[in-house]
Design a protein around this ligand. Sequence first.
Ligand code: SF4
Length: 412
Amino acid sequence: MARLRRGGYTLLHDSSDTSAKVVVINTCGFITEAKEESVNTILEFAEAKRRGDIEKLFVFGCLAERYKDDLRREIGEVDDFFGVNSFDDILTAIGVPRSAQATPTGERMLTTAGHYAYLKISEGCSWRCSYCAIPLIRGRHASVPAEELVEEARLLAGKGVKELMVVAQDTTYYGVDLYGERRLAALLSALSEVNGLEWIRLHYAYPTHFPDNVMDVLRDNGKLCKYLDVPFQHVSDTVLRNMRRGVNRRQTYELIDKLRSRVPGIALRTTLLVGHPGEDEAAFAELMDFVREVKFERLGVFTYSEEEGTYGARKFADTLGQEEKQRRADAVMKLQADISAALNHEKVGKTFKVMLDRRENAYYVGRTEFDSPEVDGEALITSGKPLSVGQFYDVKITSANEFDLYGEVCDA
Ligand code: SF4
């Protein structure tokens, strides 16, 4: 997007804005639901092209990478499809000549609120989890050099970004391909030295071989949020083995204990996958006990879907119906709702530093360091005087429910 802007184009991120004449759709090809959403978006804009509302329609990303030929056959309105690494070709197709295609290091056009941004530290994944098509689409893990990431963070901070969400398919593997060793801890420390950044948040930390020194940085570095998104997916030994996660039940519990004792106060977010082949009633009961015992601060659930070309699709029959998978997902989320409500109620009467994201009706809406944008809870704040979005405030929590906190600004 930054390169298009440099090429003289005006970019709109909001697809409800109908003034754009060229539409570029980025797609996801991860699981059935995401694929359906991508296809529906393409069909919506194919219709706009038929009506003559737009002149050109391009599609890229994971879905296009995997199913380019099928999509081309089925949806003739699309001018061209591109894979995941075809940015030069997309620029050319839109009309930026090769000679004018600048590739500035770290320059970005933000589509987030402006005071926070995502920093992708690597691309691809060298694991082969049974259910996951990402390595087939994105290839093996490729870390971005640390100095480029620090430069990107510096440019973002220069634009007013205060909170950085560190993401990748697998953040804990960072550095192995490039430096021959895990270098996430060093990278986080380097990012924390960028002036202007106040919160750095770590997502998608794969649990197998979790580096101990990352725990030390999370504990000792004041800019690192006491927050960790670590996708466990399951706890049953049978299911974890079928999933090829490289970690078992005992190691899972040990890692959680270690994280909580070594980083006091850390909020753990996890994602789980229900309905994977091998998850019989006993394995599912084990998963429910896991959720009940661990009491994750944040939790999300997906249902298994068989993905073409994966080990899971080759090796196992997907016999459990979608209805039963959904029933299991709902049961986990219902249990988590009670846990979440209890944990949120413990915050009532306490004061937290809150980043203000937006104004919504009577409330200012923000987040504590224990909540990531889009996926976690929010703090709904009242104040006697105007507050500024993108600023931090001390907020005293006055009430709570399973999703959100309510509070008032201390110094208003
Ligand atoms: S770690 Fe597993 S689930 Fe995550 S991207 Fe890699 S293969 Fe997929």
